[in-house]
Design a binder for this molecule. Structure first.
Ligand code: ZN
Length: 304
């Protein structure tokens, strides 16, 4: 049964916006920012199987490599899986979940960050295994359900096994399971339905704001940004998205690919006995956001 989460809405988003209005007033310039740089194809980051690892509180990475950072969020009432990578990734994600001592049958929600093959191509297979409901941003629903045929970047060919979306998400919706509340922020541009999720996590009695960033890269296949025939509002979507992201309070910065948040460096610091959790990294988020925005502005400048 398809449903919308409108009935679960409350005023949390407005509260967040008000509380966060000062957070990004001093955004870093790109020159000061640490660049999230995509590692080459033949590096272990992309090729080596990654075991599951803990981030904070009830959040784990269960992706097949450090590049494909799918997240398992565990609760007493079942679990949430953020993204399922490729169809062939699914058995590896399952093995990682089982290595942590959890079961795929206990996944209640399969949440899509955005409708690209490296995030949702495994949805149909993972849904078969888990019986979970598929959750996605409203403007990505047709893309997921068509197997990528309606992707604005594509030539209309099938990219992945189509999967039906059970729960359609709008900006400000909350997905609740057990004690966990995931809040959706519509952050279109990378895809039309790109959805960034936030939640809180606790460590040593302190509450931290967690972001699961949908992404803001612009691949060559998505060009032009201005006047794209299948996505004419792309630039205005990106403008709105960057302004919105600057208002979100972030302590723990996570996203769909490990290099976005320097996962190798953080795991190395943890292995070396870091006293504080390296994934608590508000400055890293501000650096990354500034770089992603500058790359976008550079694209715009190129097209003008
Ligand atoms: Zn993508």
């Amino acid at each position: 049964m398809r449903s919308s989460l409108k009935s679960q809405r409350n005023g949390a988003c407005a509260t967040l916006l008000a509380a966060a209005s000062v957070v990004l007033a001093s955004a870093l310039t790109p020159a000061q920012a640490q660049e999230p740089i995509s590692p080459p194809a033949d590096t272990p980051y992309r090729t080596e199987p990654a075991g599951p690892f803990h981030i904070i509180d009830n959040i784990y990475v269960v992706g097949e490599t450090l590049h494909l950072t799918n997240y398992l969020i565990t609760t007493d009432e079942g679990h949430i899986l953020i993204d399922a990578a490729y169809e062939e990734s699914v058995p590896k994600i399952q093995a990682n979940i089982e290595e942590l001592g959890f079961n795929v049958e206990d996944i209640r929600y399969l949440v899509g960050s955005h409708a690209h093959s490296d995030h949702v191509a495994g949805f149909a297979r993972m849904q078969e295994l888990s019986g979970a409901e598929i959750v996605a941003g409203r403007r990505d629903v047709d893309v997921i359900e068509s197997g990528g045929v309606t992707d604005f970047r594509s030539d209309g060919s099938l990219q992945w096994p189509p999967a039906m979306v059970d729960v359609i998400i709008d900006d400000g919706d909350e997905l609740r399971l057990g004690d966990t509340v995931l809040t959706a922020h519509a952050t279109p541009g990378h895809t039309k339905g790109c959805t960034t999720w936030t939640m809180t996590a606790e460590e040593n009695g302190v509450q931290y704001d967690v972001i699961l960033f949908c992404g803001a890269n612009i691949g060559d296949a998505a060009l032009p940004v201005i006047g794209h025939p299948k996505y004419p509002e792309m630039a205005s979507d990106f403008d709105t998205t960057f302004e919105k992201l600057k208002t979100i309070p972030v302590d723990v910065y996570l996203g769909g690919h490990g290099y976005w948040f320097w996962v190798e460096e953080k795991l190395a610091r943890r292995a070396a006995g870091a006293e504080t959790n390296p994934f608590i990294d508000p400055e890293g988020w501000q650096s990354a956001l500034a770089v992603f925005e500058q790359r976008y502005l550079d694209r715009l400048a190129d097209e003008r």
